[in-house]
Design a protein around this ligand. Structure first.
Ligand code: GDP
Ligand code: IMO
Ligand code: MG
Length: 422
């Protein structure tokens, strides 16, 4: 039995990963973020109080957990410090935080470029969160990025100077104002001082934990269809939120990984631009948005809403090797009279169940639906699958049948306790 388990988004993000991670982290010693940055927004409701995590792992509400930001994460120091402070104000002192010395730092110019590049894209814009994520990963791969070890060490001033000078050349070409090196340096060296105590070699730490048989929970941000390789490119994020990202973003080799839980909603949503086969850009989508409170945790944007897509889900099963599904918002979908489930696509007159992460394919595919009865009534107090009404059971059973994967967790409300575990 492996002691490394993973929770991933199986669609376009915001599936309710935070809630599932919070639940599973009860039994974990380590909660680890492995990709993305503060483009993520994971909400958890505890006793009616809402917590939103952007950078800190959602497992951190379990007080004994060791929270790790792995090397695959990009870190905005300002955001991280304010998240730590906010948590403290709510009675959660962040003591056990470990930041990989190899994680890259998001600096103000990354945020400037994120906005600027979106403008330049015009009607091909991606709809990014404008948090500097893409430009920070660009610098990482271009090999001019600043890693945490340099940020909190002696090289920060020199590396920042080189970067600011280079970025100013590009900004000049775009007729944009110059970055002021000293201003950025003075502000950010204070953040570096505050974060220094958290920075360490998290990979060795995790491998010691594996040897000691301590449970590690790896927390996905974003989702399979936003993956830089396997998502709806170019309408994706700039990292690997899929299973491969766990290894490259933590240093934990594939053979150590056990359960891989894919999180979905009983319907679907997407924020930002890009194809979305089961989207309901109509009164049904509006109704789902209102019933599910589908407004972005990070950017507050209204989320595009639609039906659950089994073709896309089976792609997520395949790419990630899912061993279980977590299905959230069964309560929300049960408020509709009729529910549709996409079981195939019609592409150029032919029925297919093979998902292709290709714009031409996705833009020209039409969903083929099965219809289910809704009106589940109030299911928020159901604690077991057996207690669910027949209509709800039928819907869940069909998802299992079509994927061949067990629905191990069912969300019946936003609260921490509103979960059926099978
Ligand atoms: P994440 O990014 O995948 O962690 O998801 P978000 O937190 O961005 O969005 C999920 C939203 O759905 C949050 O507001 C959650 O509080 C809420 N939520 C999660 N699971 C359930 C559920 O089973 N029922 C209901 N009604 N709300 C849920
Ligand atoms: P969680 O972890 C939903 C989307 C953005 C945009 C695209 C690229 O809460 O599920 P980026 O800023 O990453 O360059 O934006 O990806 N996006 C998300 N959508 N949930 C997220 O995170 C997202 N993180 C990025 O809306 O379309
Ligand atoms: Mg979210």
């Amino acid at each position: 039995m492996s002691n490394v388990n993973v929770v991933l988004g199986a669609f376009y993000g915001d599936e309710g990963k935070g809630k599932i991670i919070d639940y599973l982290s009860k039994d974990a010693k380590y909660a680890v973020r492995f990709s993305g940055g503060n483009n993520a927004g994971h909400s958890i409701e505890v006793d009616g109080k809402k917590f939103a995590f952007h950078l800190l792992p959602s497992g951190i509400l379990n007080k004994n957990i060791k929270a790790i930001l792995g090397n695959g994460v990009v870190i905005d120091p300002k955001v991280l410090l304010s998240e730590i402070n906010e948590l403290k104000e709510n009675g959660y002192e962040v003591k056990n935080l470990y930041i990989s010395d190899k994680a890259h730092v998001i600096l103000p110019y990354h945020i400037v470029f994120d906005g600027l590049l979106e403008e330049v894209r015009g009607n091909r814009k991606i709809g990014t969160t404008k948090r500097g994520i893409g430009p920070a990963y660009c610098d990482k791969y271009e090999r001019c990025g600043i890693r945490m070890e340099d940020f909190v060490g002696n090289n920060f001033r020199e590396l920042l100077k080189i970067n600011v000078e280079n970025k100013n050349v590009i900004l000049k070409a775009y007729k944009q104002p110059k970055l002021k090196f000293m201003e950025i340096y003075k502000e950010y060296k204070e953040y570096a001082k505050a974060l220094k105590k958290y920075v360490c070699d998290t990979t060795t730490m995790l491998h010691k934990a594996i040897k000691n048989n301590e449970n590690i929970l790896c927390e996905g941000a974003q989702a399979t269809l936003l993956d830089i390789d396997f998502g709806s490119y170019p309408y994706v994020t700039s990292s690997s939120p899929t299973i491969g990202g766990v290894s490259t973003g933590t240093g934990i080799g594939a053979r150590y990984i056990g359960e891989v839980y894919g999180v979905i909603k009983a319907y679907s949503s997407r924020v930002g631009e890009g194809p979305y086969v089961t989207e309901q850009a109509n009164e049904i989508g509006d109704k789902i948005r209102e019933l599910g409170h589908e407004y972005g945790t990070t950017t507050k944007r209204p989320r595009r809403c639609g039906w659950l897509d089994i073709v896309a889900l089976n792609y997520a099963v395949m790419i990630n090797g899912l061993t279980g599904i977590a299905l959230n918002h069964l309560d929300t979908i049960g408020k509709l009279d009729k529910i549709k489930l996409c079981v195939a696509y019609k592409y150029k007159g032919k029925i297919t169940t093979d998902f292709k992460a290709n714009l031409e394919f996705l833009n020209n595919s039409e969903a083929v639906y099965e219809e289910f009865d809704g009106n589940f009534g109030d299911i928020s107090n159901c604690k077991t699958f057996e207690e669910l009404p027949e209509n709800a059971k039928k819907y869940v059973n069909r998802i299992e049948e079509l994927t061949g994967i067990k629905v191990k967790f069912i969300g019946v409300g936003a609260g921490r306790e509103d979960i059926i575990v099978r």
